[in-house]
Ligand binder design. Structure first.
Ligand code: HEC
Length: 131
């Protein structure tokens, strides 16, 4: 009788635990993404928003609005650009054309905080939300 109860108990509990595992895993992944996004938003606000708007509109310094920017460039390109626009433009014609397009002759600078791959990833995650 006791054995039967233990069996019954196990039969009830095990499926619940197994069912809960994937959702716990998904939740922790979601938390990581949220953290990265938060960081990306903070970096954008501190650094990028001085020159860029999050709409389609060009800013007062002539920097392009960054809405839908992932439709214009892929992630690998953005990663290179954000790390060092001028260095990247030496061997990328799209980057070179972009720099030459600024009507005020302003070029996007190489930003010390963007030498960190982690920071660039976070900012790109944030850029993905601008649609
Ligand atoms: C001092 C002003 C300035 C700052 C700060 C700045 N940018 Fe830029 N950015 C520009 C300008 C100007 C351009 C246009 C190309 C050029 O003239 O260099 C540009 C272009 C871009 C582009 C290409 C947009 C397109 O439509 O093709 C992206 C993406 C970008 N910047 C992202 C960023 C991110 C992310 C940050 C913050 C980490 C940042 N920029 C900080 C001035 C700036």
């Amino acid at each position: 009788m006791k054995n039967k109860l233990i069996f019954l108990y196990a039969a009830l509990i095990i499926p619940c635990v197994v069912a809960a595992l994937p959702s716990a895993y998904a939740a922790s992944e979601e938390n990581n993404n949220t953290e990265q996004l938060k960081k990306g938003r903070a970096l954008f606000t501190q650094i990028c928003s001085r020159c860029h708007k999050t709409s389609y509109d060009e800013s007062i310094v002539g920097a392009p609005g960054l809405r839908d920017v992932l439709e214009r460039h892929d992630e690998a390109w953005l990663n290179n650009w954000i790390q060092g626009p001028e260095a990247f433009a030496k061997n990328d014609s799209a980057a070179k054309d972009l720099i030459e397009s600024n009507k005020f002759g302003l070029a996007m600078p190489t930003i010390p905080a963007m030498q960190s791959e982690e920071n660039r990833k976070a900012v790109i995650e944030y850029l993905k939300t601008l649609k």
